[in-house]
Design a protein around this ligand. Structure first.
Ligand code: NIG
Ligand code: FE
Length: 468
C-alpha cells in the first residue's frame, strides 16, 4: 500500500487515489496542513496536522463505496433542452464514479441493495450537477489589491493596463515564482472554486508571456489538475498582452506565439484551446486572426476575450472561424450579435469582470432573444475579477442582466460544459460523471436569491465526497 502526503499537506495519495484533506477531516481550514499520514495495524489511519492535532480514521473512508443521495427535495438534472429538469423527492445512485440511476419518488433501494452504500440525506436540499466554470485564470503569483484601491479611486482598468500595471504586474510576479509556489497558489485557487460547487473548470495560462514560461504555467495546471478534485480544461493564452520587452517589436512577440507557443502547447498535449485578448491595448483583430489560424492549424479549439471595453469585431471573426466561445461581450454591437446567432459559438458572460471594471452589463437578453447559447463564468483572475463564486455570477446575471433563474442554472452547468466540448458532465443523466453538489437550500431559486452566501453543503466529484 502506498500512502503519501501531497501538496504541502492539503491532500494524501493512497494507492494512486488523491483524497483532499477537507474530505478526510471536515472542518479542516485552508491554513491547516497535514504533516504525516500512516497506516496502523488495526485498520485505522493516523493523520497528524501541522498544528499538533491528530486524528484516527477507519480505513473504510478510503474505499469509495457506491453513493446514494436520498430524499432529495429538489434535483436539477439540467437534462432537457430547456429549463432545469426539476424532479422532487427523488434519489440519485452513483457507482464507479458515474451516475447509475435517478430513482423516482416513492421507490427505495431494498435493504440488501443498500449494504455497503454510502448514504447522504438530501432532505431540505437542492442537488445539482457539479458546476462548470468556463473561464478562469487560476495560475499566477501575487495579487493586485493596490490596483483595486486605484480603481476604487476612479482609475480605469485600461488606464492601469496602458500604464504598465495590470496584467504586466502579475506577469512580473509570476515569472519570478517557482514551479512549486505556482502549484501551491493554483491549488488554493481551485479549492476556492470547489468550495462554491465547481467540479470542472477551464483554466488559462497568460501570465508569463514567453514560450518556456507559458508552457510552464500549462504544466502547473496539468500537475494540479491531476491531483486536485477539480478537472481543469487547459487553454493557452500567450496572446494575453504584449510583454514590456516586446512593446517596440510586437511582431516578434506574435511570431513567438504563432511559431513556438502554439505548436509546442499543442504537440506536448498541454492545451486544448487557444485564447486571445482582442482589445485596445492588447491584440488587434488582424493579429487575432493570425493567432487563431495557427491554433486551428495545430488542432487547438478557439476561445476569445472579445468586446470587453470596445467593439473590435472579434466576435464576428471568432464566430466565422468556428470558435467554441466568445467571452465578455460587454461592448458587443447588434451586428456582432447577429453574426454570433448564425454560428455554433457560445457566449460566455462574466459579470464579475463587468462589476469590478464598472463596465456596462453584457446585453444578455438580446443574446438570448437572438438564440445564442449562454454560459456564465467567474473569470477568476487577480485583476478584473477576484472571485471564485460562480453562484454569485448567477445572482448578478439574474439581478442585473435580466437572465431567468433557470437560464442561469443552465449557464453554469449544461451550457458551460457544452462550451468546453464536454460530453459527460453538466447534467445528471445515467452514465454521466457523478459530479454533484448538495446545496443547503429549500428551493433552487433560493441560491441566486440569497446572494453572496455559500449554500454548498457537499461537493461530490466522480462519486466521491470531496468537500464537506
Ligand atoms: O478576462 N481581459 C483580460 N484578461 C482578464 C484580466 C486579466 C488581468 O487583469 O490580470 C479578464 O478580464
Ligand atoms: Fe479572462
Amino acid at each position: 500500500m502506498e500512502l503519501d502526503v501531497l501538496h504541502h499537506g492539503s491532500a494524501i495519495r493512497l494507492d494512486g487515489r488523491v483524497i483532499p484533506l477537507c474530505a478526510l477531516w471536515p472542518g479542516a481550514r485552508e491554513s491547516h496542513r497535514l504533516l504525516k499520514a500512516r497506516k496502523l495495524p488495526d485498520k485505522t489511519f493516523e493523520l497528524r496536522m501541522s498544528n499538533g492535532d491528530s486524528k484516527l480514521l477507519p480505513d473504510t473512508v478510503f474505499l469509495s463505496p457506491p453513493l446514494l443521495i436520498e430524499n432529495i427535495s429538489q434535483l436539477l438534472t439540467c437534462a432537457d433542452e430547456e429549463g432545469v429538469g426539476l424532479l422532487e423527492d427523488v434519489s440519485v445512485f452513483c457507482r464507479g464514479g458515474r451516475v447509475e440511476e435517478v430513482i423516482p419518488a416513492g421507490s427505495r433501494l431494498s435493504h440488501s441493495q443498500r449494504e455497503g452504500v454510502q448514504v447522504l440525506d438530501g432532505r431540505g436540499c437542492v442537488v445539482t450537477p457539479g458546476l462548470v466554470d468556463p473561464h478562469t485564470h487560476p495560475v499566477f503569483a501575487g495579487q493586485r489589491s493596490v490596483e483595486f484601491g486605484l480603481k476604487a479611486a476612479g482609475a480605469t482598468y485600461l488606464e492601469i493596463h496602458k500604464a504598465g500595471g495590470g496584467i504586466q504586474s502579475t506577469v512580473d510576479a509570476t515569472r519570478a515564482a517557482s514551479f512549486e509556489a505556482l502549484e501551491a497558489q493554483c491549488w488554493r485557487n481551485l479549492s476556492r472554486l470547489l468550495s462554491w460547487g465547481v467540479t470542472t473548470c477551464e483554466g488559462k495560462s497568460g501570465y508569463a508571456l514567453e514560450t518556456e514560461g507559458e508552457l510552464r504555467l500549462l504544466e502547473v495546471l496539468r500537475s494540479v489538475s491531476q491531483r486536485h478534485p477539480i478537472d481543469v480544461i487547459p487553454t493557452l493564452l500567450g496572446a494575453h498582452s504584449v510583454p514590456r520587452e516586446y512593446r517596440e517589436r510586437r511582431e516578434d512577440y506574435l511570431a513567438q506565439v504563432i511559431h513556438e507557443m502554439i505548436p509546442r502547447a499543442a504537440s506536448e498535449g498541454l492545451a486544448r484551446y487557444c485564447d486571445v485578448y482582442c482589445e485596445e491595448g492588447a491584440f488587434t483583430l488582424e493579429e487575432t486572426e493570425r493567432v487563431f489560424a495557427a491554433a486551428q492549424n495545430a488542432g487547438l479549439g478557439l476561445r476569445l476575450h472579445a468586446e470587453q471595453f470596445t467593439d473590435q469585431g472579434g466576435t464576428a471573426l471568432a464566430a466565422h472561424m468556428g470558435a467554441a466561445s466568445v467571452d465578455h461581450l460587454e461592448a458587443i454591437t447588434p451586428d456582432s450579435i447577429a453574426a454570433l446567432a448564425k454560428s455554433q459559438t457560445h457566449a460566455v458572460l462574466l459579470p464579475g469582470a463587468a462589476l469590478s471594471c464598472r463596465a456596462p452589463w453584457p446585453p444578455a437578453t438580446a443574446l438570448v432573444d437572438a438564440g445564442v447559447p449562454i454560459a456564465l463564468g467567474t473569470d477568476f483572475n487577480p485583476g478584473s475579477s477576484m472571485t471564485a463564486s460562480l453562484p454569485l455570477m448567477m445572482s448578478l446575471a439574474c439581478m442585473q442582466m435580466g437572465i431567468s433563474v433557470e437560464l442561469a442554472w443552465r449557464a453554469v452547468t449544461v451550457e458551460s460544459a457544452r462550451s468546453l466540448g464536454l460530453k459527460d458532465v453538466g447534467q445528471i443523466i445515467a452514465g454521466y460523471q457523478a459530479d454533484l453538489v448538495i446545496f443547503d437550500a429549500p428551493d433552487y431559486r433560493y441560491i441566486p436569491y440569497h446572494y453572496g452566501e455559500n449554500h454548498v453543503r457537499t461537493v461530490i466529484k466522480g462519486g466521491q465526497v470531496v468537500s464537506c
